[in-house]
Ligand binder design. Structure first.
Ligand code: GLN
Length: 453
C-alpha cells in the first residue's frame, strides 16, 4: 500500500485519481497486517485497489466526476465496495471517469481528461485511456493499484481495458449489486473489475458479485469460485465468430488480431464456427436511445435540493434550471435532451418503444447462437487502438459513439463480456479481444480469456 501511494504521488500527471485517501489506505493496510499476523487473512487481505468515483464510499467524497454532485459525501457504502472491504481489500482513493460514465475517452470528466500511460512509438502525443472507466484502466496499467472497480453500461470496462492492455470484465446483468453506484442507465449498468491478469480479475469478481436484497435486479445465484476456472481446458468448446462484426472499414490490424485469437483458441482445442447475429447493426442506434432515456430519468434527481451544487434562483424552477445548467457538462446535457425527447408523448412509440423491441431482437440473436451450442462468442473489443486526447468526437459526437460498436450489444442483451489484452498494433499500442458468454457463465470467459492472454 505504501509503495502504491508513492507511485500515485509520482504519477499525478496522469490524472487517474480524483481523490487520494492515504490515511484510510494506511489504516486499512495496518489492520490487514495485524490480521495476517494472527493467521486470519481474508481472500483479498491487504490488496490495494482504486475505486471508480461512481461508487458511493461512506464518508469519502463521491462525485461521478460531475460538478453537480459538488463535495457530496455519501452516508453509505455501495454493496460492491463493501464486499471488497469485507474481504480485506484496501482503498487507495477514487478514480477519474467520464461525467456520470457518459463517454468513451474519459474526456467528459469535470476533473479533466485522464492521460494513458501508453504512447505511440516515437510520439509524445497524449492518448486517452478509453472511457468511461478511464481512471481505473490507467491506474491499473500504470501500477497505481493492483486492481480497480469499473462500471460498464455500453463498454466502459471493456473498451478502456482494451486501450490500456489490462483485463476488464462486465459480468452478467444482475451478477453485481447496483446499490450505491451512481445510476446512468439502470437496465444496462453493471459493475466489474479491472486487473492486470485474467486470474486477478476472477479473484476480484468473486468478492464483488452476489445477491443483494437492496438491488431488485440483482440475481440470487451462487457465485462460483471463478479462480478455479483458470486453467480449465477449453477443449471441445464451440466459439462463435459473428460475421456481422466484420464491419466496413475494420482496420487490417484489428482483423489480424481477431484471426490470431481464433487460431489460439483452435490450438487449445476449441471448435470455431461462423455465426450470424443479424440485428447487430441496430445495436448502437438503439443503445443511444435507451441509455439516454434512462439517464434523463435517473438524472432528474439532481435538482439543487438533494445533492451537492445549488445555484440560487428567483424561484424554485429558476434554481433548478441554473443548477442543472451549471452542474452538468455538455455531453450530459446532450444525453438528457435526447432522453427526454425520445420519451416524450408522440415520440415514445417511434423511438423508445422501437429501441426496446430491437433490444429484444438483439438478445434473441445471442439466444439462438447459444441454443445452437455456441459456448462463447469472440470479437475484437474495439474498432481501433487508443486515440489522442482531443482527436475524436469534439465536433461530431457520433464519431465517439462508434467506439462502442462491439461492446454495446452485450449490455443490450445483459450478457457477460470480457476484454483481454491480445497484442500490440504497429505503433506499439495494446489491442484487446472480447469474449461474450452465456448468462451467468463468467467461468467460461475466464477459462477462454486465459488462453488468449
Ligand atoms: N461510451 C458509452 C456511452 O457513452 C458507454 C459508457 C459506459 O459504458 N458507461 O454511453
Amino acid at each position: 500500500t505504501a509503495a502504491h501511494l508513492g507511485a500515485i504521488a509520482n504519477a499525478r500527471a496522469l490524472n487517474a485519481y480524483v481523490l487520494e485517501t492515504p490515511d484510510k489506505a494506511l489504516a486499512m493496510a495496518e489492520a490487514s497486517d495485524a490480521r495476517i499476523a494472527r493467521g486470519e487473512a481474508r481472500p483479498l487481505e491487504g490488496i490495494p485497489l482504486g475505486i471508480k468515483d461512481l461508487f458511493c464510499t461512506e464518508g469519502v467524497r463521491t462525485t461521478a466526476c460531475s460538478k453537480i454532485l459538488g463535495e457530496f459525501v455519501p452516508p453509505y457504502e455501495s454493496t460492491v465496495t463493501s464486499q471488497l472491504w469485507r474481504d480485506g481489500a484496501v482503498m487507495l482513493g477514487k478514480l477519474n471517469n467520464d461525467e456520470f460514465a457518459m463517454g468513451s475517452s474519459n474526456e467528459t470528466s469535470a476533473f479533466g481528461p485522464v492521460v494513458s500511460p501508453w504512447r505511440r512509438q516515437g510520439s509524445d502525443t497524449k492518448l486517452v485511456p478509453g472511457g468511461s472507466s478511464g481512471g481505473s484502466a490507467a491506474a491499473v496499467a500504470a501500477n497505481l493499484c493492483l486492481g480497480a472497480t469499473g462500471t460498464d453500461t455500453g463498454g466502459s470496462i471493456r473498451q478502456p481495458a482494451a486501450f490500456t492492455g489490462t483485463v476488464g470484465i462486465k459480468p452478467t446483468y444482475g451478477r453485481c449489486s447496483r446499490f450505491g453506484i451512481v445510476a446512468f442507465a439502470s437496465s444496462l449498468d453493471q459493475a466489474g473489475p479491472f486487473a492486470k491478469t485474467v486470474r486477478d480479475a476472477a479473484i476480484l469478481l468473486r468478492s464483488m458479485a452476489g445477491f443483494d436484497p437492496k438491488d431488485t435486479t440483482s440475481v440470487d445465484r451462487d457465485v462460483p469460485d471463478y479462480e478455479a476456472a483458470i486453467g480449465r481446458s477449453v477443449k471441445g468448446m464451440t466459439i462463435g465468430i459473428p460475421k456481422e462484426y466484420r464491419v466496413d472499414g475494420l482496420e487490417a490490424e484489428i482483423d489480424a488480431l481477431w484471426q490470431a485469437g481464433i487460431a489460439w483458441l483452435k490450438d487449445a482445442g476449441a471448435t470455431i464456427v461462423e455465426i450470424s447475429l443479424p440485428h447487430t447493426k441496430y445495436a448502437l442506434p438503439a443503445y443511444y436511445i435507451v441509455a439516454p432515456a434512462e439517464a434523463s430519468s435517473n438524472l432528474a434527481r439532481y435538482d439543487g435540493v438533494r445533492y451537492g451544487l445549488r445555484v440560487p434562483g428567483e424561484s424554485i424552477g429558476d434554481m433548478y434550471e441554473k443548477t442543472r445548467a451549471a452542474g452538468f457538462g455538455r455531453e450530459v446535457r446532450r444525453r438528457v435532451m435526447i432522453g427526454t425527447y425520445v420519451l416524450s408523448a408522440g415520440y415514445y412509440d417511434a423511438y423508445y418503444l422501437r429501441a426496446q423491441k430491437v433490444r429484444t431482437l438483439i438478445k434473441r440473436d445471442f439466444d439462438l447462437a447459444f441454443d445452437a451450442g455456441v459456448d462463447a462468442v469472440l470479437t475484437p473489443a474495439t474498432p481501433s487502438a487508443a486515440f489522442g486526447i482531443g482527436e475524436k468526437g469534439s465536433s461530431n459526437p457520433v464519431e465517439m459513439y462508434l467506439n462502442d460498436i462491439f461492446t454495446v450489444t452485450v449490455n443490450m442483451a445483459g450478457l457477460p463480456g470480457i476484454a483481454v489484452p491480445a497484442g500490440l498494433d504497429g505503433q506499439g499500442l495494446p489491442l484487446g479481444l472480447q469474449l461474450i458468454g452465456r448468462p451467468f457463465d463468467e467461468e467460461t470467459l475466464f477459462a477462454l480469456g486465459e488462453v488468449i492472454e
